[in-house]
Design a protein around this ligand. Structure first.
Ligand code: BGC
Length: 421
């Protein structure tokens, strides 16, 4: 197998809330504590990456990887509206500098699902004030760390809320076959509602319907996301014009069987097409793919008979990545970076096979001139898979959460081999 070129970003990704532990000023932390909430278990200390980031980055480096994608946590940096926390700012400066010292390219994400509680109290991801709040935070980050950064992802999976909205409406319409959301969301629990959870939300956020990022987003909320991204992009460019800016999208490989073509085209339009105008000025698009969805005349079809499933109950389908890269490149003409691709499995051999097939697809795209600049496996560590808790093992490194001991899997060095001679 051909190696990736020297400058290609080959690494792994994490998100602050899923690995750091004790993200206590965030909306997700508040929701995890709710007795009637949708979270299977609270995140607690997570895998203590907040204190062990050096060890984790060194493992990534020793395996031969040259890039690390992680998120800086808005709820830590701006725990109260307009108040920036110096100690937390220094924490992330140390993480970024440590990457640089080790020759690892830090690719940071400003927002990876979690938000400060104060933002949600103001109306969250449906509020007209959010784009300005987000831009102020983006400007602060670019001003503080700009000299050490070359890439910023503004928002992780900007289309997540619309995906949830679509699946939620399918559930509401009592459709037999419902689509899938590419993340650990307990859809039924999320939809069930009830007076208890309404009261718990009211106490935490001042509203029984908090517009957190991982919830069904209205078309107005979708506009807010686009405005927030554009405003943040402008703020970053003003503070640090050399930084390449983009957002990431959750892109399922949308396929159709006869009779499903129209619905499939509509789904791709919702997931990707209608964002093109706002993305035109971006330097790159972060592509995140985990599986495929096949649409028939009545909507999304169940997984094929006998298909291998991952722990997340998606079909094992590493070919999806190549398909979405090719499709995205038809209409988006900036660089593409695979900001997430991965598999939750207890069988590390299947992970290695998945990454091999997925990265062969990346190579094939590059051979055809598609500007794919990086591949980040999700995830560096086994971590907190949101509402599904700690049971899903996506990581290249296992963690014993009683001792926080790291145990690199064979897949970590297998991924690094793709760069080594
Ligand atoms: C999210 C991650 C998540 C992963 C696996 C992505 O949609 O960005 O936070 O853990 O999927 O479900």
């Amino acid at each position: 197998m051909k190696r990736f070129p020297e400058e290609f970003l080959l690494g792994a990704a994490t998100a602050a809330h899923q690995v750091e532990g004790n993200n206590t000023n965030s909306d997700t932390w508040a929701q995890e504590q709710m007795p009637h909430g949708a979270y299977k278990e609270p995140s607690g200390d997570a895998v203590d990456h907040y204190h062990r980031y050096e060890e984790d980055i060194l493992l990534l480096k020793q395996a031969g990887l040259n890039a690390y994608r992680f998120s800086v946590e808005w709820a830590r940096i701006e725990p109260e509206e307009g108040v920036f926390d110096r100690a937390e700012t220094e924490h992330y400066r140390r993480v970024i500098r440590f990457c640089r010292e080790q020759g690892i390219e830090p690719v940071i994400t400003l927002h990876h699902f979690t938000s400060p509680v104060w933002l949600i109290r103001k109306g969250g991801w449906e509020a007209d004030t959010t784009p300005d709040d987000f831009a102020r935070y983006a400007s602060y980050i670019a001003g503080e760390y700009g000299d050490d950064l070359r890439y910023i992802c503004t928002i992780n999976e900007a289309n997540m809320g619309i995906e949830i909205y679509t699946v939620a409406s399918q559930i509401f319409q009592q459709m037999v076959a419902v689509g899938k959301v590419q993340v650990g969301v307990n859809m039924e629990d999320l939809m069930r509602g009830g007076p208890e959870i309404a009261a718990e939300n009211l106490a935490a956020f001042g509203t029984d319907h908090p517009a957190v990022f991982v919830s069904a987003r209205t078309p107005h909320g979708d506009e807010i996301i686009m405005k927030a991204h554009s405003a943040a992009r402008a703020a970053i460019r003003e503070a640090a014009p050399h930084i390449k800016v983009g957002w990431t999208l959750s892109l399922q490989d949308v396929q159709s069987v006869p009779g499903g073509e129209k619905r499939a085209a509509k789904e791709w339009e919702e997931e990707f097409g209608h964002y093109l105008p706002v993305m035109q000025e971006d330097d790159f698009l972060g592509v995140q793919n985990y599986s495929r969805t096949v649409i028939g005349p009545d909507g999304p079809m169940p997984n094929p008979e006998g298909a291998e499933l991952t722990q997340m109950d998606y079909e094992y389908y590493p070919e999806g990545l190549e398909h979405v890269l090719r499709r995205a490149a038809e209409d988006f003409h900036g660089d593409l970076i695979v900001t997430e691709n991965g598999i939750a499995t207890a069988d590390d051999g299947r992970r290695v096979a998945f990454m091999d097939r997925a990265t062969q697809g990346v190579r094939a795209c590059m051979d055809d001139g598609i500007p794919v600049r990086g591949y980040f496996y999700w995830s560096l560590l086994d971590n907190y898979e949101w509402q599904k808790g700690y049971g899903m093992t996506f990581g290249l490194i296992a963690v014993d959460r009683t001792t926080q001991k790291r145990m690199p899997k064979a897949s970590l060095s297998a991924l690094g081999q793709l760069r080594k001679d």
